[in-house]
Design a protein around this ligand. Sequence first.
Ligand SMILES: NC(=O)c1ccc[n+]([C@@H]2O[C@H](COP(=O)([O-])OP(=O)(O)OC[C@H]3O[C@@H](n4cnc5c(N)ncnc54)[C@H](OP(=O)(O)O)[C@@H]3O)[C@@H](O)[C@H]2O)c1
Ligand SMILES: [Fe+2]
Length: 398
Amino acid sequence: MVKPSENVKSLRAQVSLVVLMFWLKTKIIEGGGSLRRLSKEARGYERVLILSSRSMKRHGFLKEAEDYVREAGAEVFSIAGLPAEPSVEVIEEFLPKVKDFEPDLLVALGGGSVIDTTKALKVFYDAPGLNFEEIAFIDRFSKPKPVPKLRTKLIAIPSTSGAGSEVSAASVLKKGDVKYNIVTPEIAPDVAILDPRLPKTMPREVARNSGLDVLVHGIEAYTTKVASDFSDAMAMRAIKTVFGFLEKSLEGDGEARERMHYASTMAGIAFLNARLGLCHAMSHKAAWIGPHGLLNAILLPYVMEFNATKSDYARRRYDEIARELSLRDWRELIDAVRGLNERTGVPRLSELVDEETFMAKLDEMAEKAYRDGLVAFNPVEPKPDEIRELYLRAYRGE
Ligand SMILES: NC(=O)c1ccc[n+]([C@@H]2O[C@H](COP(=O)([O-])OP(=O)(O)OC[C@H]3O[C@@H](n4cnc5c(N)ncnc54)[C@H](OP(=O)(O)O)[C@@H]3O)[C@@H](O)[C@H]2O)c1
Ligand SMILES: [Fe+2]
């Protein structure tokens, strides 16, 4: 039986006036070959737009998806070249194509990048008067304008095992060098199809980066101020799956890769509810340096150490995760995270960016990360110079 620690109890007691809610909008369909369920899910729609990235066309999944939509009796139009780590400019580029086709169903077939792009396109297609700056969470000290009710349905079919965007209420977009979120239940997909055949074609690096993002989602969601027993269950299962199966998945074990695919969505359900913390705040503001999952993996042990030394609650929560993994305590958990990074070949930050460029951006990154909305959910509220120090330590590999 899981026994809540004294600290968790006391934290929950402190926030006992805060009512937590666990929700999931998305219908989840899973299993090998489940892509074919698209023919059922697309029935009743007239004009279906499939958005995807190059690999989905290359590996034949786009063609397969188009055939299922035609089988459903709908007209289909596809866009195949969406880029990774999307920016606001990508939305501006593709929005006219969406408007021209006038779809009544959007299908996102690809990684977190494709799904996030499709979510943002849905917002500006359904609510044309809005602009990114007014609805995005730019700064936790100011409130964005609420997104109105959106009508176009969205089916997400992830091809990576990481972002969890197929169930989340967020779309993450780059503006300049940094990332900001649009967060609204209106963009949480209506259906997610988890077909493990898709992630099997991921190159090792994509599988590693997205797989380590699952770990960061699980660990951050387990330790936020709004984690609940319900989100904990999803987060813990995802964390254990990463430690048990990520390396096997990278070695080409098909069953391990399938498990990672479901774990990714479970971690998504965890952070949909419990949100994320300082690691994501920092990686979003360092987005110019490299892929999302990789930056998170590099930053995670530093953030965990910081949280554990400053917060009783964080320490106890990390201890709980450690025990589930048959480790002694939070220190061993941080070592295990570092060990996994090393064994899977995660580089140092200093291998991704030269010192002069990094130092020139450091103050701005720290200030922007401090203002990121996710900091409000982190177990410790950091000061800007503490965040600066964490970036520096990660850069120096200390
Ligand atoms: N919305 C959320 O809640 C949320 C949460 C976490 C992260 N994110 C965001 O998600 C993005 C990262 O998503 P991701 O980690 O899933 O990776 P990704 O950026 O979607 O994909 C990375 C690359 O992997 C390739 N790829 C994807 N699936 C493949 C497959 N099955 N076979 C071969 N190649 C494949 C794609 O190449 P091709 O171009 O050749 O297809 C793509 O360039 C970031 O922008 C991050 O900020 C969003
Ligand atoms: Fe993430």
